[in-house]
Design a protein around this ligand. Structure first.
Ligand SMILES: [Zn+2]
Ligand SMILES: [Zn+2]
Length: 352
């Protein structure tokens, strides 16, 4: 099989011609139909996460070994199955849940593999979807997406799931309450696609780019705020009769956005930190106590949540976020475009 691999952090990806794996036991080999290019691919490619104050967390120290085939947003067609596979057969189209865990802990046993303390995620610790084939370690990680196009469905495995799981952590919210979404990039658009299925609350979307806010408007009813042109905190306070937002999901989550988010939270407010853009948040401890606040992180989501999300998308026939498709050879160029913030919606690789 032919894969584009990361052989050295920060260097161009390299073509690798590897033996196509033969699935054993509950393993499944899929031919890759579509693979989304995610912002976290960029972090892995660069080799580190910015932690703020010039500190970095190095990917190599987290157990990631090179060479590695990136790509964790994969839709594929089943090509071959191990002897113990019962639920899928050759020709079936499936979305891959990439957040593979140890299989044995309390999280893995309850479809919460993304919380596993010994992660073995596809495209991070195991070879992923920048390839014509991918080996999935267990058929349980495959989700039926019948009726959805591969290029539209692949990004539910990371961007969609991350957005959905983060939104769920703010629920329930009633009509009359306000939910703020910071960032209208891939994750933010995914959140907007599904948020009205979860709550009747008013949704305010904040970004610095008018073209991204325009895409938000096309997905549904949102109040949009360009924080480059107006003060986002005052605008949210004004929109909420000075009460503040009941919940905020911060898909940027840098020092600036998290500080703004903290100061627009209402009593009992929930703030969910999602983005990996570096930065640190300093806040008043007594305010957190007196306002009974919840400040928490959210990293991808569970297999159960991915199934729920796909059910919603299929059942409600939700409009897809904008998708641009490219050949596998474009992967390097796409990582660069993602870095520069030049992709509206999602860039998707179609290896065939
Ligand atoms: Zn586990
Ligand atoms: Zn991702």
């Amino acid at each position: 099989m032919k894969s584009l691999q990361l052989a050295e952090f920060g260097k161009p990806l390299k073509w690798a011609h590897l033996d196509t794996p033969v699935p054993k036991g509950r393993e499944v080999l899929l031919k890759v139909d579509a693979c989304g290019v995610c912002h976290s691919d960029l972090h892995i490619w660069e080799g580190y996460y910015e932690l703020g104050d010039d500190e970095r967390m190095y990917i190599a120290e987290r157990g990631v070994n090179l060479p590695l085939t990136l790509g964790h947003e994969v839709v594929g067609t089943v090509e071959k199955t191990g002897d113990d596979v019962k639920g899928v057969e050759k020709g079936d189209l499936r979305l891959v849940y990439p957040w593979v865990g140890c299989g044995d802990c309390k999280y893995c046993k309850n479809d919460r593999m993304h919380m596993c303390l010994s992660p073995d995620s596809l495209g991070v610790f195991r070879n992923g979807g920048y390839s014509d084939y991918i080996l999935v370690p267990d058929e349980k990680y495959l989700v039926d997406i019948d009726g959805l196009k591969p290029e539209n469905a692949c990004s539910y495995a990371c961007a969609g799931l991350t957005a959905y799981s983060a939104l769920k952590k703010t629920m329930p919210l009633e009509a009359g309450e306000t939910l703020v979404i910071i960032g209208a990039g891939g994750l933010g658009l995914m959140a907007m696609q599904v948020v009205h299925e979860l709550t009747a609350a008013k949704v305010v979307v904040i970004d610095v780019d008018d073209s991204k806010l325009k895409s938000a408007k096309e997905l549904g009813e949102y109040v949009t705020v360009n924080s480059k042109k107006e003060d986002a905190v005052s605008r949210v306070m004004e929109l909420t009769d000075q009460k503040g937002a009941s919940a905020i999901v911060d898909f940027v989550n840098n020092g600036q956005t998290s500080a703004a988010a903290f100061s627009m939270l209402q009593k009992n407010g929930v703030m969910v930190m999602v983005g990996l853009f570096g930065g640190k948040l300093t806040f008043s401890n007594p305010v957190a106590t007196l306002k009974n606040l919840t400040i928490r992180g959210s990293y991808t989501g569970g297999l159960d949540e991915l199934r729920e999300l796909i059910d919603i998308v299929r059942g409600k026939k939700l409009k897809s976020i904008p998708v641009e498709t490219y050949g596998l050879e474009a992967a390097d160029k796409l990582l660069d475009k993602v870095k520069k913030g030049e992709i509206t919606g999602r860039a998707v690789i179609k290896p065939a």
